[in-house]
Design a protein around this ligand. Structure first.
Ligand code: GLN
Length: 548
């Protein structure tokens, strides 16, 4: 069968959940027996979000191949339970970098390089790469931003051309818009949607489906109106009311029949009936009242929860699996340094220090680690969180506050975390860390080995610094176990404390591989320790590997 393309554009305003909509649609198609992949087109000029502040962009999501990508890729992987690759996130920066380097090589000798056709051709080449590299039969493509943005024009032009390149019957345009609610009139308004569709038409794209997002129920007369003014089949005007829980979106779309309409429009028939029963069980479980546990998440971007998207989702997955509600207390590490916010740590059931970069707020995080260790509160550290657990333990064993990572103090007499040798001479910041999937061997009899129920794992990384092996023996003697190591034994991947209910941290980012129906074993192990600490019984979750 020829590759089918579904293009998602956004209208009216950003942040209406286009990424989740694309992800959920992908899931419904996968359930019907098709191999799918999702690609995000980001109109900004950065080559990738790896160098951007989380304040700008939220979390950077890392793929198996080490690509640093938009957080929507996290939604795609979690909702569809797939593993994507580098071509699944393209940016204006990548497209121009490629075209300009070809120009310098002389590939276009004699030609004038222009947005059309050179930039648009490069965009189309990258879109077609998705099916070639993933084997997907249906490729869902989401364009970042909103129709009308200057910077997304070349992307939209490329999508327009795709229809004649690959055939009308192999393309579908879905426009995701927003219906604002006017309180004084007590009404939802369709006018912005009409304008947005008109704008899309003016550049040559006629949507085949409109997904109308709103905070209020959308009645049939509104659907009729949108269908009439926007010239879309009434059936293909899909109202989507804001869901309390993101994971309800596939169910909402399924119940409206979105996947069947899409298949029909693409001339496809479902290969198998969609079975969303496991997914429905997760949603049902989420709705049940459950005992609450509190986790303090200590970071420097906690005002922006999107900066820790995958961590939050992984906690949610594990909580659902264990039948508890995870109440995240967002703790600003810079406040802890000023002696403020400590009341958030009082009585908390668990403490988590996630990944991070740069020295701001570091001492506050180290103090939070100390609090967890000395108060015997379950602790889970991720990447920087592991490095700070090592620093804090070093300060304890060497009885010196000068113990540090060389990321924060270049001249520390105790560089317990140091640059990896192959990072010493790197000067470029973008894409130069130790990135992506690497194997790790688990040491028998450790908490980590027990949680995974296996002795070899592969996890995603994003770091420059690592445990300094000069200190291994002293740490071991003082009670730290190196429960996960690289296969050559040289890199420390997991540490845990023997004399503590649960104090474990990883150099990698387990949060990227957690799935709603298959929580990550380390998050499950952490939450089990947390519930035990809170004096609760939970249903035992079986050990299992993260997403295959
Ligand atoms: N800043 C640390 C490093 O580069 C940790 C990175 C992270 O937490 N992702 O090694």
């Amino acid at each position: 069968m020829p590759v089918k393309y579904i293009f998602f554009t956004g209208g009216v305003v950003s942040s209406v959940g286009k990424g989740v909509t694309a992800a959920a649609t992908g899931r419904l198609l996968k359930e019907r027996g098709f191999k799918v992949a999702v690609q995000k087109l980001d109109p900004y000029i950065n080559v990738d979000p790896g160098t951007m502040s989380p304040y700008q962009h939220g979390e950077v999501f890392v793929l198996d191949d080490g690509a640093e990508t938009d957080l929507d890729l996290g939604h795609y992987e979690r909702f569809i339970d797939i593993r994507l690759n580098r071509v699944c996130n393209i940016t204006t920066g990548q497209v121009y970098a490629e075209v300009i380097s070809k120009e310098r090589r002389g590939d276009y000798l004699g030609g004038t390089i222009q947005v059309i056709p050179h930039i648009t051709n490069e965009i189309k080449r990258r879109i077609t790469m998705v099916a070639k590299t993933t084997g997907a039969e249906i490729v869902l493509v989401e364009v970042g931003g909103t129709v009308g943005d200057i910077e997304s024009r070349p992307f939209l032009e490329a999508l327009r051309q795709m229809r004649s390149d690959v055939g009308r019957e192999n393309t579908l345009y879905v426009h995701v818009t927003w219906l604002p609610y006017i309180k004084a009139a007590g009404e939802l308004k369709t006018k912005p949607t009409q304008h947005s569709v008109a704008e899309l038409r003016s550049i040559g794209i006629s949507p085949d489906m409109i997904i109308a997002r709103s905070d209020q129920p959308v009645d049939n007369s509104l659907r009729d109106k949108i269908a009439l003014f926007c010239d879309v089949d009434r059936r293909a005007v899909v109202p989507m009311v804001t869901a309390e829980n993101l994971y309800e979106v596939p169910i909402l779309l399924e119940d409206i029949g979105v996947a069947d309409i899409i298949l029909e429009k693409l001339g496809l028939e479902a290969r198998q009936p969609a079975d969303l029963s496991a997914w429905r069980r997760v949603i049902e479980a989420a709705k049940q009242p459950k005992p609450k546990i509190s986790i303090a998440l200590v970071g420097k971007y906690v005002e922006l929860h999107d900066a820790y998207m995958s961590v939050r989702e992984a906690l949610k997955h594990a909580g659902l699996n264990l039948g508890v509600d995870v109440d995240i207390r967002w703790v600003l590490s810079t406040e802890l340094e000023r002696g403020k916010g400590w009341e958030l740590l009082e009585g908390v059931d668990g403490i988590l220090v996630p990944g991070g970069f740069g020295s701001r707020g570091i001492e506050g995080k180290i103090q939070a680690v100390r609090y967890a260790r000395t108060h015997k509160i379950p602790f889970f550290g991720l990447c920087l969180g592991m490095q700070l657990m090592v620093v804090e333990f070093g300060r304890h064993i060497f009885n010196s506050e000068q113990v540090n990572s060389t990321e924060f103090d270049r001249s520390t007499p105790y560089p317990v975390i140091d640059l990896m040798p192959d990072q010493q001479h790197i000067t470029d910041m973008g894409g130069t860390m130790r990135l992506g999937l690497y194997p790790c061997i688990l040491q028998p009899g450790t908490i980590a080995a027990q949680a995974y129920g296996t002795d070899r794992i592969d996890e995603r990384h994003r770091h420059r610094f690592e445990f300094n092996n000069v200190y291994r023996e002293q740490y071991e003697q003082a009670g730290m176990r190196f429960s996960g190591l690289s296969p050559d034994g040289k890199l420390v991947e997991i540490v845990e404390l023997a004399d503590h209910p649960f104090m474990l941290a990883t150099q990698f980012h387990p949060e990227f591989l957690s799935r709603p129906e298959r929580p990550h074993p380390l998050f499950t192990a952490f939450l089990k320790a947390v519930t035990a600490h809170a004096g609760m019984e939970t249903q035992a979750a079986a050990p299992g590997e993260p997403a295959a």
